[in-house]
Unconditional design. Structure first.
Length: 457
């Protein structure tokens, strides 16, 4: 009997740590004094969240309180890790998208999707880290069949039946009145409207207010100016903001689009708490590939807890190529040399290190955050001149490229920028090409594609 009791308590302790067999924490929506509020465990709960499940411990330490997932991948591990760190989860149910080939006229497929979600809701509904259900993400992108929102309504009705303790949300790609009209007509049981919005964040709450939606909303993604809404080069490549520019717009948009609308807005999830390739490797992540933190993240820490970190990230003021800014449409010619400079400072006067790299322009562009392939790195075109200056011999292959620069301190921080440029082909005879060969390059040192030349000695 003694051994049985020991095994029982060990099993109980294991399940407690792993978030199993615990009572759910009740989450409610309250409308009072013309204002919506999220109540968790009897207390007001404003979402200071981040999209992504990396670096959960850092999120808690920096003043965040919730993460968002887009699907049920590794859901048990994510919920358990969140519970261990005292934060909550907006748990995503990945509702299939028409742009990926799903047919909402296929009643059997729609039924199977509902059945799969039913089992998942039963499995995770009582986890104490669960905050709310995210029923789908950006199904309105490139869609034609509004029956997807009939399916969303069926999923929400199922959740309400099985789980009385957690509200539901569905998420659209930006705000569009035509999509909202379908939601109002087809999803009457929806609790919270979620919107992914970037450059339009400051104006989005007013659009929601006028749309006919009477409930609360969350900003389920926000961040830098998106690649679809920013200035472009003459050859139609988007121009990315520097990390300094992003830090500014994140903070301004958070104030205007979230903090100025607390009567309806329940909080937000900043995008992205991690790293990914989307248009470029730096466009959306608040962390570098190696986990370094940017000035953008410093700003989020200030927004969440009112304090700047003890040591702050470097600030990159500008980067020039051929004495031009990215907006000036930089064309380079193979065979010539071009100067690039970066200008950066550090608020703590830390010693800075600078790394440069060139990549082919990404050709694997997707929508809705779908997975993109990494572009090809180009070697052998850069020569260091000074701490903040290099010379570039452009690649010999005609086309679009990006020059990336990253500025590091010794405290796991990074500042970054990139410049798109286009390489023109030689407009010369073979004799001129031979002259370039003798003057500038060591033609015995080609990369594996045989199209990028290393510096000659």
């Amino acid at each position: 009997m003694k051994h049985f009791l020991i095994l029982f308590f060990l099993s109980f302790a294991f399940n407690f740590v792993n978030g199993q067999n615990n009572k759910p924490v009740k989450v409610e929506l309250i409308y009072k004094n013309n204002s919506w509020q999220l109540i968790r465990d009897g207390k007001p709960y404003f979402i200071k969240g981040a999209g992504g499940s990396s670096y959960i411990d850092r999120l808690k330490n920096y003043g965040g309180n919730s993460i968002r997932t887009w699907s049920l991948d590794n859901a048990q591990e994510v919920l358990d890790e969140a519970q261990k760190n005292g934060i909550t989860v907006m748990l995503g149910l990945w509702v299939q998208c028409e742009r990926h080939g799903f047919d909402y006229d296929d009643e059997v497929a729609v039924k199977h999707q509902l059945e799969a979600f039913t089992e998942s809701v039963k499995k995770f509904k009582d986890h104490p880290a669960l905050l709310l259900w995210g029923v789908g993400n950006e199904m309105d992108l490139q869609y034609n069949n509004p029956k997807v929102y009939d399916a969303v309504e069926d999923i929400i009705k199922m959740i309400h039946k099985l789980d009385p303790n957690h509200p539901t949300a569905t998420v659209t790609a930006g705000f569009h009145q035509a999509v909202m009209d379908e939601i109002l007509k087809r999803v009457p049981d929806l609790d919270i409207y979620g919107v992914n919005t970037y450059g339009d964040l400051p104006s989005t709450p007013e659009k929601i207010e006028k749309s006919g939606w009477k409930g609360p909303f969350i900003v389920s993604e926000f961040g830098p100016t998106g690649q679809w809404e920013c200035p472009k080069t003459e050859w139609n490549q988007p121009i990315e903001e520097t990390s300094k520019e992003k830090a500014k717009v994140y903070m301004e948009r958070y104030q205007k689009g979230i903090l100025n609308h607390l009567d309806k807005c329940l909080g937000s999830y900043v995008f992205l708490w991690g790293f990914k390739q989307e248009t470029t490797s730096t466009w959306y992540g608040l962390f570098s590939k190696t986990g370094k933190e940017s000035e953008v993240l410093d700003g989020m820490r200030y927004l969440w807890n009112g304090n700047w970190p003890a040591n702050r990230a470097p600030s990159l003021d500008s980067v020039l190529l051929d004495n031009k800014k990215p907006i000036q449409n930089i064309y380079l010619k193979y065979g010539d040399k071009y100067k690039a400079q970066v200008f950066a400072t550090d608020p703590d006067h830390d010693k800075l290190k600078i790394e440069w790299s060139i990549y082919e322009e990404s050709t694997d562009r997707k929508t809705g955050g779908d997975v993109e392939a990494d572009p090809t790195k180009i070697n052998g075109c850069i020569k260091k001149v000074s701490e903040n200056e290099i010379l570039i011999n452009p690649p010999r292959k005609e086309g679009g490229y990006r020059l990336f620069v990253e500025v590091y301190d010794d405290f796991n921080h990074v500042a970054y920028a990139n410049i798109p440029f286009s390489v023109k082909p030689l407009d010369s005879t073979s004799k001129q090409a031979e002259k370039i060969k003798l003057k500038n390059y060591n033609f015995d040192s080609l990369n594996e594609n045989n199209d990028v030349l290393k510096w000659g000695k």
